[in-house]
Write a new protein. Structure first.
Length: 344
């Protein structure tokens, strides 16, 4: 659902240069072995196609021109000189540029169609999910309030408080669901370019806020010797942590503890969230971070939209961090990493 922070996406210039160097070296070696200008031309054009598929259009044009110059310098006679003295040299340059432009436009078109299909799929899933996940808590709130209104005089104080508590709990559930829907939509459209309003924030305070919002006595935080301060958008990171910790509570057996602890590497602050639930098979660990994932929902006490973990990962990645599931013999341990470059 959300855009990936892949190596290629972050290093388009470096990858494009590497492709150019590799194809140029291979072309020269191929020429020395086969003495086939056509084979060399195809290898260089293949490099142009690869760059056109993975990088920006101007990078593809640059590689196309550079590949044409490599062919002109190393392959065409007289060798080791740059010359555009005849029609064939000009045609080669035009062909390289045409290949780059055609492939780049085709790649852009395919990516746009893929994105449109993804958006349509997300919208369809949201509509299907809304029909159940909005209706269920809303019906519970309406039912509790209508019962209170109809039988107010016949209910004792404890029963009235129980109905109000049920309505309040379900309204909070409804609010969290709508909040996740809004964030999922925003992340879908903006992805890694999500606008963030960052400020120095205590992670301790965020964790305390999450525990307070959850109101779950089973959640505990392990003692620590650090008081991490990160420059983040506090509301978004709090929501991401809330989704992760609520997920751990949801899938933990009654009475089992959910433990939150901290760690660090040279580059990142680490937050560990450990539960004693049924765990997640290795083969399905990527699936749980997909929007509307159904795997853990099938073993949940109260179901869910399947948006929580997907939104959490999108928010964390928008901050330059990541979430992964650590190998464990029991339950599930999730590791949240946030880069220390954000720290002050």
């Amino acid at each position: 659902m959300f855009s990936e922070n892949g190596f290629i996406a972050k290093n388009e210039y470096l990858v494009s240069l590497l492709v150019l160097l590799l194809t140029s070296a291979f072309a020269v070696i191929l020429d020395s072995l086969l003495h086939s200008a056509i084979s060399v031309l195809l290898v260089l054009q293949l490099g142009v196609v690869v760059v056109s598929l993975i990088a920006k259009r101007w990078m593809a044009l640059g590689v196309a021109i550079a590949s044409s110059l490599v062919f002109n310098f190393f392959i065409t006679e007289p060798r080791y000189t740059l010359h555009m003295n005849n029609t064939e040299d000009v045609v080669n340059l035009v062909v390289f540029i045409a290949v780059a432009l055609a492939t780049s436009y085709l790649s852009s078109y395919i990516k746009e169609q893929k994105q449109l299909l993804l958006v349509a799929n997300v919208r369809s899933n949201i509509l299907l999910s809304v029909s159940h996940d909005l209706r269920t808590p809303l019906a519970a709130v309406m039912g509790a309030l209508e019962t209170l209104e109809t039988y107010h005089d016949k209910l004792d104080q404890d029963e009235q408080n129980e109905l109000l508590g049920s309505a309040r709990s379900e309204s909070h559930r409804l609010f969290r669901y709508i909040e996740n829907i809004l964030q999922a939509t925003k992340l879908q459209h903006q992805g890694d370019e999500l606008s963030l309003f960052k400020q120095p924030t205590s992670i301790d305070v965020l964790i305390d806020n999450v525990i307070l919002r959850l109101g779950a006595p089973c959640v505990s935080r392990m003692p620590q010797n650090m008081s991490p301060i990160l420059t983040i958008q506090a509301a978004l990171i709090e929501q991401a942590l809330f989704n992760l910790i609520e997920n751990a509570v949801t899938f933990s057996p009654d009475g089992e503890r959910v433990e939150i602890s901290f760690g660090e590497t040279q580059q990142a602050l680490l937050i560990f969230i450990q539960d004693n639930g049924p765990g997640i098979p290795v083969a399905r660990q990527k699936e749980v971070f997909s929007a509307f994932s159904s795997f853990r929902q099938s073993v949940s006490k109260d179901g869910g939209s399947g948006l929580g973990l997907s939104v959490a990962r999108g928010i964390i990645r928008a901050h330059g961090g990541d979430i992964r599931i650590l190998p464990t013999t029991q339950g599930c341990t999730m590791e949240v990493s946030l880069p220390k470059e954000e720290a002050h």
